[in-house]
Write a protein that binds this ligand. Structure first.
Ligand code: MN
Length: 253
């Protein structure tokens, strides 16, 4: 099996080499990741500047390709330039930081998996509680456990791995939390008295709905959310179609 592995934390991001090594048990792994950390860039791609390709050694001494672009660029470039046939699996991560709820729109890690999904490829994004940074090998093993649970057909999965303890965490299939982003700006002054702002997260007051990714992680479970790279609101589309049919002559083009 051919596997493309990328992330949004760059070649020295925690866990990239551990996840690469775990994936070698499943197939032949090509690592191509952003040359620098590109967290929070969402599904951005690079087309107003050239892309540079580099080579880097990961923490375990193996070689990886780097790209002067985004996580989505890395998957696109691997599919269109590096590989001579499509991979059976695209893996992104492990991101150090949970990607749940509204995060899915900002996350470079999730966007890389969705990029694979745009090409119809089975793609999985892994994110983890930052408290697991010192047991990242266990995170890679949990990622492997999840990959063995998932169906073999083409779909995008967003996986969050909670803070790991002694016991193996449970697994829940979840939906993306629809709660609004829990964020706040911290206002500070620079030495010249001018204000600047840092965006950070803040606790959202309402408890998360129990069937969501946010709730699963809060309960200490691995959350698996199937995603589609199709933003169509099917309920609204059906309503629009019904309303149009109810009018004399329907809607005209
Ligand atoms: Mn990141």
């Amino acid at each position: 099996m051919k596997i493309v592995l990328t992330n949004d934390d760059g070649p020295h991001g925690p866990g990239l080499s551990e996840l690469r090594r775990a994936l070698t048990g499943l197939g032949e792994v090509t690592v191509v990741c952003p040359a620098q950390e590109r967290s929070g860039v969402g599904h951005a791609i690079t087309y107003l500047a050239p892309l540079r390709v580099g080579t880097v050694r990961l923490a375990d001494g193996t070689e990886a390709r780097t790209l002067s672009g985004t996580p989505a660029d890395c998957v696109k470039f691997a599919l269109l330039e590096l590989l001579d046939s499509p991979p059976e699996l695209v893996v992104s991560g492990p991101n150090v930081g949970i990607n749940a709820g509204a995060d899915l729109f900002y996350s470079g890690t999730v966007a890389a998996a969705l990029e694979g999904g745009l090409y119809g490829l089975r793609s999985v994004a892994f994110s983890t509680n930052p408290g697991n940074a010192d047991r990242i090998e266990s995170v890679a093993q949990q990622a492997l456990r999840v990959l063995r649970l998932l169906p073999a057909d083409g779909c995008v999965f967003n996986v969050n791995i909670p803070l790991l303890g002694e016991e193996e965490p449970g697994v829940r299939f979840t939906r993306q939390s629809p709660a609004p982003p829990g964020e706040t700006y911290t206002r500070q002054q620079d030495p010249r008295g001018r204000p600047h702002y840092w965006l950070g997260s803040s606790a959202n007051g309402d408890p998360p709905a129990p069937d969501t990714d946010v709730a699963a992680v809060a309960a200490g479970c691995i959350s698996i959310t199937p995603l589609r790279p199709d933003l169509t609101d099917m309920v609204a589309l059906e309503r629009l179609g019904r309303d149009a049919l109810g009018r004399p002559g329907g809607l005209r083009a």
